[in-house]
Design a binder for this molecule. Sequence first.
Ligand code: PRX
Length: 653
Amino acid sequence: MTNQDSVNLSGVYEKSEKIKISLEGKKLEKVKNQASENSEQFWSEQAENILWFKKWDKILDSNPPFYKWFVGGTLNASFNCLDRHINTDLKNKAAVIWESETYESRVLTYYQLYTSVNKFANGLKNLGVKKGDCVTIYLPMVPELMIAMLACARIGAIHIVVFSGFSAQALSDRINDSNSKVVITADGGLRRGKLIELKKVVDQVIPLCPSIKHVIVLKRASNNIKINSKDVWWHDVIETQPYCEPEAMESISPLYILYTSGTTGKPKGVVHSSGGYLTYLYATAKWVFNFTNKDIFFCTADIGWVTGHSYIVYAPLMHGVTQIMYEGTPDYPQPDRYWNIVEKHGATILYTTPTALRMYIKFGDRIPNNFDLSSLRLLGTVGEPINPEVWMWYFKVIGKENCPIVDTWWQTETGGIMISGCTGIDAVPMKPGSGSFSLPGINAVVVDESGNPVDRDKKGYLVITRPWPGMLTTLWNDKEKYQTTYWKKFDNNIYFTGDYALYDIDGYIWLLGRADDVLKISGHRLGTMELESAFVSHRAIAEAAVTSRPDEKKGDSIIAFLVKRTEFNTLSDQQLRIEITSHIRDSVGPIATPGEIYFVNKLPKTRSGKIMRRLLKSISSGSSTIGDLSTLEDGTSIEEVRQAYSELHEAIK
Ligand code: PRX
């Protein structure tokens, strides 16, 4: 399939009922024109869809790149997600249908969620948590994770969710960088039938995290844990009054920090605001998913990542939809979990990743064909480019050619979807593998190295030329890095996404992967420098260079070239590989498990000492040409890498 092929959707879009919104009946072009004619006015109309305690005095305070949206306005995120529904027909509607790895379900209505959040918010207050304090949340995918986030939002505390698959180092870095006062965890979580001892990890980091005053522990797995002086059980914390007054938060005050990998060794604390972020989520969910009262939304992301923050917690709850939250992995205990859940709960929208779809394709069509998937009306993907073949499989085998697919491009930093088909606004032919168009109010441009727009069908850097309400407001504790990472490559009012893209001749956008040293492993972001410092933290490793290779299942697979410390030269390579793999799994997390490890005596570097990862990438992806070697300091290094790679590669084959 080429990028000129498209799937005509006449008849397919019509099945998705248009929702009653301010944009009803308007076509995408018209909405876009409206947005570009008066962008600030356009966004202020969108902001009217959420509830404010006090309206803003100024729509946008522009001091590039420090943009402030809806200045002077006050609101509360938990009020927007919960209180707005409890005096309506939605009060007893299911907000969350939770499904455990072991097929157990638990339903929380809007009212039950509201009560739980209020009680927990009071519990946090009783522990001394105040407006502006940071709270780290290290929980598995259970409803209490959502309750904890909303309780923080209710009292104006800033939540920092740490993916429960991350290990001690990642957790302590995040607690210390944010100076969190409280950490919320569970005795254990379950993953693929195995116990994940979360409390044990927290116990390891507490001595290294002096800011932590209390550790709140949820009983989830009922495994034995050690109780320390700072520990308090979740069920004891919630023995409090059932109502907690929501704090009136400034629109520009931080709602949360979410750490994500960049090109340096240290993860970046992306800060999202309250008013702008919620406005953007409300609008994008409406445009892209066309949420209605009848929807049962199934987003398969983990709340530890931005997709879960935006499109499991905040957007669906603000819209009052019912959503499914799944604890486990797609293929455990059977390789049919998503299809089983869609059938069991009648999901109408499935929002998942190309990685999960690629995995399911391997198991064959017979498995999904055994389930009744007819409740689905819309399919979505996120996190990485989707190959046209995988797209077609999703369209035919899962959607039975009845469901549009929205391929949504966005980032932790953008807060919400920026590029996608918009089923709530318009029906345009879809092109399998293309993200379609930028959303109303978003000006996505593809430029060359000098920042000039490139011609159609030419690859370049994807930039965003106008501020938007969902944008990150800064990097926590690092304003300078915020400027240099995102706003310095071209101009200080042009946002650099770090991605390559192109516009085809019909004006569709194609996302072409990262232009920087960020890897996408199963849709998760990992920085090469971050990984390299984890490798060199192993006692036997002196230097490390990390690259990736396309992988059929994971999108990218990690390839590491390592230089041993001389005193460890006698250790067998195979033994060391096992040791290092386990070290990386422990220090970064199982998602960072290296695909291949090669040992060399020196790494290819420039004369100024920078590792030439591009050369490593050419070799490990089997490219016949290796590119410009003029800046290489020592030509023998590349030969050595080549040899190490081919010897081991042959052995593996
Ligand atoms: O490279 C793009 C890729 O994921 C990056 C953002 O990663 P993260 O902050 O972890 O957020 C992922 C979930 C929003 C982007 O810079 N990416 C995301 N969505 C797509 C994508 N690449 C291609 N197509 C997409 N739909």
